[in-house]
Design a protein around this ligand. Sequence first.
Ligand code: FAD
Ligand code: NAI
Length: 454
Amino acid sequence: MIKADLIVLGGGPGGYLAAERAAQAGKKVILIEKRALGGTCLNEGCIPSKALLNSAKLYRHAKDGAAFGITAEQVSIDHKKVLERKNQVVSTLVGGVGAIMNGCGVEVVYGYGFVEGRNADGFVVRVEEEEYVGEKLILACGSVPVLPGIPGLREGVASGYVMTNREALERSSLPESLTVIGGGVIGLEMASYYAMVGVKVTIIEMLDKIAGPTEAEISGILLDTYREKGVEFKLGCKVTKVTDQGILYEEKGVEKLAKADAVLCAIGRRALTEDMGLENLGLTMNRGAVVTDEHLRTNVEGVYAVGDINGKVMLAHTAYREAEVAVNDILGIPDVMDYSLIPSVIYTDPEVASVNDTEESAASKGKKVRSICVSMNYSGRYLAEVENGGGICKLIVDTKNDQVLGVHMIGSYASEIILGAEMLIASQKPLKELQKLVFPHPTVSEIIREAIFM
Ligand code: FAD
Ligand code: NAI
């Protein structure tokens, strides 16, 4: 039996950052990972998807360069090379996490961790024949794709006809056509890549809009942009069956077939909590996720749950911050998790980024707001760099105190600007004060300054 101050189960962003922070503070930490350090984020999520999307963006720039005075003949994209580069980026980053764990003295155990329960020394986790005991336990096992009981779906996954994010990021041959179930973040990001490299993409979405909670006008602009790129949408449609020809779906009560050479199922993710002995701890669960408080504590003293496993906000940057809050609680450092200002980005082309309230969410909290909307073309840098870019930037302002409550953007660089927007909201300063800020010129971020003066 090997003892530690802390056992971390799962080596994704939540797990590896928790392990690093605790080890840096002098704790003896054991990190158990069944697959690869970096978890979903580094291996089959955030990073590989962005590597693919950047290749697609460069390809588009090369093809559409005429307006910028650039003509290139016989521009092509080599999907295998794109994958090779993606794999290289992933392995560099995974290696980097390993080096960090090594450097700060975290013992990484590769294998499937099963929680046996508690003994006098702490929480017992078994990996094959070895038992590890931690005075504290952080659960960071992540999430898996939702695969509902649609007839033929699971058989499709088993045969390889239906992909999840993992296969969609690894597939070496391109299908002629791809049908995506779900017009959310994964569906849209993957469709962006596949459509750009010449695959005929159809997205079936059960709601009447795409990109889930994205601000309505921005979601509409994104939809129009995708349609211009040739992506077909079946909105308000219910998938009824997966056949080996394609997807049967219901549109206004009529059953139709969307033929496809391949299918991607991206209709959400759920916390991974089964088959690892969590029932031996007596944890309070909610719809399959581990319930946590603002310190990331579970109902069992000494056990924490960070990242996707608690089902709150399934984003890597949330997992990072939750990991820090949990470790601070273990170290006795006062800290709480604030979920109110978590930015969200969809790395489509154009990018979508938002933070905090929309008009609707502010109204639901009883706040009176005004919305300031400016075209991204008001930014000289944006106009200089983006041809036919129809982006917008929207500020949601509280009419009571003139403070910014939310920012929503669509357009190039939105992902890089949203942190600044988050800081404006966090400052709780009225527009008049924010007008005194000096923005670097020329930058696309000046669009926020334009909006502040409206
Ligand atoms: P994970 O990263 O899932 O890590 C959990 C780890 O635990 C895994 O390595 C797993 O192997 C391990 N594990 C599980 N059970 C056991 C066990 N019993 N024993 C040992 N090990 C175990 N988020 C963003 O913020 N930005 C993005 O751009 C973004 N893009 C994404 C793109 C895709 C395609 C997907 C699928 C997700 C994306 N996400 C993105 C979400 C992000 O990947 C997750 O929110 C994040 O990885 C959650 O971190 P985590 O540590 O909770 O879990
Ligand atoms: P999602 O929740 O973003 O979108 C799922 C979509 O599928 C929704 O629009 C939903 O209405 C639709 N849907 C559900 N059931 C359906 C059905 N039966 N038929 C048709 N449509 C259906 O989930 P997604 O795209 O799978 O992503 C999972 C999570 O991964 C995200 O919520 C996010 O936390 C994370 N992620 C984050 C990214 C980012 O930050 N850029 C990128 C990719 C994933």
